[in-house]
Every structure is written in C-alpha cells, then in structure tokens.
Design a protein around this ligand. Structure first.
Ligand code: C5P
Length: 221
C-alpha cells in the first residue's frame, strides 16, 4: 500500500474553541485546547493530504506541513471553511460556541458602582458541521465530534443524522476523565450501521488512527 494514501486529497479540519466577543476585552468561549484537532490535521498531512486547518484561538503551535487559518468567531470559522470547499474530506473538531452576543459593544462595558449587571442578549451561531454536511459541495467524507458528558452513544447517533455526517467521534468529557485539555483521549466512533470503541491513547495516536481509517474509507468510496 502507498505510503501517502491521501496524496492529491484535500482536507479541511477545524480545531480549538471560538471566542465570541462581548466587548473589546471580554468574550464567551467553550473549553478546548485544540490538541485533538491539530493532531488530526498533522496526521492527515503525514499521509499526503493537502490540509487546511481552521483554528480558533489556541496556545499550541501550528502543526507542520499544514496551511493554518486563524479565526476568532464562529461566523469567521464558517466563512473560512466554506471558502475552502470543495474538499475530499472535512473533519470538524472545533468546539464552536453555540451562541454569540447579538450586538457586541465596541467600547469596554464599564462597571459603575451600584449598577445592575448588564444583560447579554444571545444569538444562535451557525452550525458549521451541519452546513457542510448538507452543502451542495459536500465533501465525500464529513466527520464530526461529539463531546458529551452522558449518553454518549444515543447523543452521538442523533448528531450523525442531524448534521449529515458519515462518522461522529464521540468522547466522554466528564471532568473526572481528564480528557478536556489533557493529552489522552478515549473515543467511540459512531457510524450509520455500527460503533467502534477505541482504547484510550494519546491524542496524536487517535489522530493517526483516524487519518488511516479515513484514507481507507476514501479509497473504497
Ligand atoms: O452539536 P454539537 O456542538 O455537540 O456538535 C459537535 C460537532 O459539531 C463538532 O464536530 C463541532 O465541531 C461541530 N459544530 C460546528 N458548528 C457549531 C457547533 C458544532 O461545526 N456551531
């Protein structure tokens, strides 16, 4: 078998959180280190893919051999993803904030003694995975992630349907697992017709195993 099974394949990967501004100094965000998404992008590139990694704000380094686009907000992430279609595969790992502040203040909101705390009106963010999963230029393979703290399989399967994904990589991010922000991960892969339970391993190893699996799926698609 070829050493570079993803040569001539284009991949889009999202990673990290999004930051949704409240004002110039404050934001709403999800917890995400970007470790798993970046590891997947690096592994796909190792297999020869031309990878565009669209990353929210993270403190880890850009992976080698990958084109990285840095964004802040979900709407920017969506625009960058759509600008890179068509692609052969899309792996959406980013922890996108479900809501943004409807009208972010362009000035720092001042705390005045005695004032009531400001109310934030939220607006729903675009669902990037769902948009890509139902897009006219849908990549042949669309992979989503599901960070759950309970009912991992049930929620993952519902997500597969709703988002138009081929696989949902579900992980239990309950605080006691240490997965969030950690270097290791234990995932369950939810396909339309089956489930694969992978043992706990480094996020880098999850990235490599997933990249190999996606290369095989594309080859037989
Ligand atoms: O619905 P939930 O956020 O749990 O779905 C997680 C999956 O959907 C992940 O693959 C995530 O990257 C993607 N997602 C997205 N845009 C959103 C919310 C989630 O791409 N606004």
């Amino acid at each position: 078998r070829s050493q570079k099974p993803l040569a001539c394949r284009k991949a889009i990967v999202t990673s990290g959180p999004t930051h949704e501004p409240i004002d110039p100094v404050r934001y709403i965000a999800n917890r995400s280190s970007g470790k798993q998404g970046h590891a997947i992008a690096a592994a796909l590139a190792q297999l020869g893919a031309e990878v565009t990694l669209i990353s929210g704000p993270v403190t880890i380094a850009d992976p080698a051999g990958v084109t990285v686009i840095h964004v802040e907000r979900a709407e920017e992430m969506r625009d960058a993803v759509l600008a890179h279609l068509p692609a052969d595969l899309a792996v959406m790992v980013a922890a996108v904030a479900d809501w943004r502040v409807e009208t972010a203040s362009d000035q720092k909101i001042k705390k005045q003694p005695g004032d009531a705390p400001p109310a934030l009106r939220l607006a729903e963010n675009p669902d990037i995975l769902k948009t890509v999963g139902h897009h006219a230029q849908r990549p042949k393979l669309v992979i989503g992630f599901a960070a759950e703290t309970s009912d991992v399989e049930t929620n993952g399967r519902a997500k597969l349907e709703r988002k138009g994904a081929d696989v949902i990589v579900a992980n239990d991010v309950s605080p006691q697992t240490g997965i969030m922000g950690g270097d290791r991960n234990r995932v369950k892969l939810i396909f339309k017709d089956r489930i694969e339970d992978w043992p706990e391993m480094d996020k880098d190893a999850v990235g490599e195993k997933l990249a190999l699996m996606l290369a095989e799926m594309l080859a037989s698609a």
